[in-house]
Ligand binder design. Structure first.
Ligand SMILES: [Zn+2]
Length: 127
């Protein structure tokens, strides 16, 4: 059964070039990955909302022991990024030295297929 708030839906939006999050109509929290009920208050009164791709770095690190399939990218920089609505999403920051990143720096979310899964994969670039 498709609830309308699935990861498949999320990936479908990405394929259309849209960055979408789920917003709760009762408590106003926004979240990704999508779930059929709000993880904060249990409400089913949800809707998709398009979100700005500009986010703010809240934490970051450099990975020297990569995940399987990412060996060719190591070392790489991973940041936890906060978007409007307050939800956070980790991802690789491309073309950056860890010494150039700072907490509070704005980064822009992009989608790429240049990763082992073959799925669209999100990466960040410095704005
Ligand atoms: Zn809620």
């Amino acid at each position: 059964m498709n609830s309308g708030f699935t990861f498949e839906d999320f990936r479908g939006f990405i394929a259309q070039g849209k960055f979408m999050a789920v917003k709760c109509g009762d408590c106003n929290h926004m979240f990704i990955p999508p779930k059929p009920i709000c993880p904060y208050c249990g409400s089913g009164k949800l809707s998709w909302i398009e979100v700005s791709r500009v986010g703010r770095v809240v934490s970051y690190t450099e990975v020297h022991v990569p995940l399987k399939g990412f060996e060719g990218f190591a070392p790489y920089v991973v940041a936890l990024v906060e978007f409007e609505g307050g939800f956070r999403l980790p991802g690789i920051v491309k073309d950056v030295k860890v010494s150039d990143l700072r907490v509070g720096l704005n980064v822009v979310l992009e989608f790429s297929r240049d990763f082992p899964s073959g799925y669209f994969f999100h990466v960040y670039s410095c704005s």
